[in-house]
Design a protein around this ligand. Structure first.
Ligand SMILES: [Zn+2]
Length: 372
């Protein structure tokens, strides 16, 4: 259980991604109804647009977007390295040009904390360098040590400033070190020495094989404090999530459910459904008969297929609602199974079921989060 001033979050938990202060195609009231306990906002995007002046004027991100449950914000580092035109990386921070208008900007560890103070998120993340995958050991080592020094500066900044809107803000450290065991161990130890409210694993889900992701995840969680939240950033498929929960992860975020939903791909308890497939043309049953979401309670596969064929916006909304419902249901059910002491049996049955039904349509997924 995660405790914040905007409410408690039972874990494990899936956090829908609200890149620009909005979860694409899903309104906050729908997010509440489908059971989202916490959402994620992207510092890089919100800093560039609408900018900190507007966000502070609104009284923070919760009030600006009318979402009263917890919010986690990333530090902006991932997007600076993946989206912007990167101009310089130094001990001090990063210089980059906006992907929107080419304007020059500078982001430092202190600045990343200041921006997140302005956003007023319940959980802030440290600024880290995100090395490419694959990367050699020397680069990974230099990068990990820089991220560690930046993490210390973020912690010092957070300790010497206060939240702007009266509600508490936790700060999480981010473990780096590519797929090199000794670097991951050193990163985890270094962050735990500094002391954060929670620990995240960054730099995974960037193209490495799933077996590598699981190995590094296991190695990191083994070295993390047992009584603090553990967050695996940017992961992943339902299968990835179930395997990572098994390795001690509490928190997940990923654009997979919304991005694939907008691409006519529905997740279900018995596998993926590509609703454009002709076989659904006169299928008047729901996407997932066991799903309690608005989409499944109300609409047939035939109708959803029609919406996508006709390019109606409602198709994108209803698919996003269902897929997020499914992901939230999955982590909630994992929690129930853990509490009942039957996680392994549940996981085995669920993995079998998830691989059941449909054509294995390729997923649309590039790294963690991006501009789309
Ligand atoms: Zn549903």
């Amino acid at each position: 259980m995660l405790t914040t001033d905007h409410g408690d979050v039972p874990t494990p938990v899936f956090m829908p991604v609200g890149t620009q202060g909005a979860v694409k195609a899903v309104e906050p009231r729908e997010l509440e109804e489908l059971g989202a306990a916490i959402i994620l906002g992207n510092t890089y995007h919100l800093y560039l647009r609408p900018g900190t002046r507007i966000l502070q004027g609104a009284g923070g991100l919760h009030r600006f977007m009318a979402w009263n449950r917890p919010i986690l914000t990333d530090s902006g580092g991932y997007q600076v390295f993946s989206l912007s035109d990167l101009r310089g990386l130094s001990e001090e921070g990063v210089e980059f040009r906006s992907h929107i208008d080419g304007s020059p900007h500078r982001l430092t560890p202190e600045g990343a904390v200041d921006i997140q103070r302005t956003l007023g998120s319940d959980i802030m993340m440290v600024l880290d360098e995100c090395p490419p995958y694959p990367c050699d050991e020397e680069y990974a080592s230099r990068s990990m040590n820089l991220s560690l020094r930046w993490a210390r500066r973020c912690k010092e900044r957070a300790d010497s400033t206060v939240p702007l809107y009266g509600s508490g803000q936790a700060l999480f450290g981010i473990i780096q070190g590519s797929t090199i065991d000794r670097l991951r161990e050193a990163s985890t130890r270094g962050l735990v020495d500094i002391g954060f409210d929670g620990y995240a694993i960054g730099g995974l889900s960037v193209g490495e094989p799933a077996s590598e992701m699981y190995r590094i995840t296991e190695l990191c969680t083994a070295a993390m404090p047992v009584n603090q939240p553990r967050y695996l950033m940017g992961v992943g498929t339902p299968e990835n999530i179930l395997e990572s929960i098994d390795r001690g992860i509490d928190m997940f975020d990923c654009v997979l459910p919304t991005r694939n939903g907008r691409n006519a791909l529905f997740f279900s308890r018995s596998g993926r459904v590509n609703i454009r497939n002709a076989r659904y043309e006169d299928d008047f049953g729901p996407i997932d008969p066991e799903c309690a979401c608005y989409t499944c309670r109300t609409f047939s596969r035939a109708y959803l297929r029609h919406l996508f064929k006709a390019r109606e916006i409602a198709g994108l909304q209803l698919a996003s609602i269902h897929n997020l419902s499914f992901y939230c249901w999955l982590t909630r059910s994992a929690r129930e199974a853990i509490l009942a002491g039957r996680y392994h049996a549940w996981k085995t049955a669920m993995l079998q079921s998830l691989n059941g039904m449909d054509e294995q349509t390729p997923l649309t997924h590039v790294g963690g989060d991006s501009a789309s």
